[in-house]
Design a protein around this ligand. Structure first.
Ligand code: MF3
Ligand code: CO
Length: 253
């Protein structure tokens, strides 16, 4: 990213993006219905691709910078970019983050959510609730005339108020005819800073929230980011259109 300009989408581009996002949301809904103890992560990965193909779209992450799976599945202390493996199975009490992107007619959709597997601890449930709440606090600030930093600050504020920490190493991003466009959207920052938000901008807002410290490290597979302290992490993401005072969540499911 070069720090240049944030694309404004035309009506035609927005129509295609909305279709892409609807497809992504449908895939997420289907995967959510499969989350239970005993389910293989590689089954979920392949199921996601099958559904995408049926919807005439394709897995945006597959091959992106060499990413070796169709979607990202991150368990417990895994923050993002977790890899499915045959034999890596969901078990009661786990939390599982599913991050998926689709490409449709040259346009991208990106979304993530964290789910509990069966009965989970109160701590884990609170982490999930706070991470989701932080995303929605950020989205509330995604209105025309606000600054990008208003989104970042709202997310950070929500997370830290509840005693959790915001991952620094990964950020949200603009999205459109590329998976990653201008601007970068940190989940921390100061209000009334950064570029002004305008109608027709589309942003993938994605807080990653750690139960303990914000530091992460990358496993030897070259992809999986885990918390340095081994504690839990959660992740929620929506693709959001700036539209007057009413942010449009394009990936609602
Ligand atoms: N939501 C993540 C992102 O925007 C997913 C990318 S995973 C990758 O970076 F495999 F494509 F890298
Ligand atoms: Co993203």
């Amino acid at each position: 990213l070069t720090g240049m300009s944030i694309p404004i989408k035309s009506d035609l581009e927005l129509r295609l993006m909305k279709q892409a996002c609807k497809k992504a949301a449908y895939v997420m809904k289907k995967l959510r219905a499969e989350i239970k103890s005993g389910v293989d992560t590689e089954y979920l990965n392949q199921l996601a691709e099958k559904i995408m193909v049926k919807l005439s779209c394709s897995p945006a992450f597959k091959g992106y910078m060499g990413y070796p799976r169709s979607i990202c599945i991150s368990l417990n202390n895994e923050v993002v970019h977790g890899l499915s493996h045959a034999g890596k199975v969901l078990k009661e009490g786990d939390i599982v983050s599913i991050d998926l992107g689709v490409e449709y007619k040259g346009f991208y959709a990106d979304m993530a959510a964290t789910f509990g597997v069966g009965k989970i601890s109160q701590n884990a449930q609170k982490l999930i609730n706070v991470t989701k709440a932080a995303l929605y606090e950020g989205i509330k600030k995604a209105v025309s005339g606000n600054k990008l930093g208003d989104i970042s600050f709202a997310i950070q504020n929500c997370v830290e108020y509840h005693g959790y920490s915001v991952v620094r190493k990964f950020v949200g991003h603009g999205i459109g005819s590329k998976l990653h466009e201008e601007p970068e959207i940190p989940n921390f920052g100061m209000p009334d800073t950064g570029p002004e938000l305008k109608n027709g901008m589309v942003l993938a807002i994605e807080p990653m929230v750690n139960e303990g410290g914000y530091e992460v490290e990358i496993l030897a597979d070259g992809w999986t980011a885990v918390t340095k302290d081994g504690k839990l992490s959660a992740h929620f993401e929506h693709t959001v259109l700036i539209w007057g005072m009413e942010p449009r969540i394009l990936t609602e499911f």
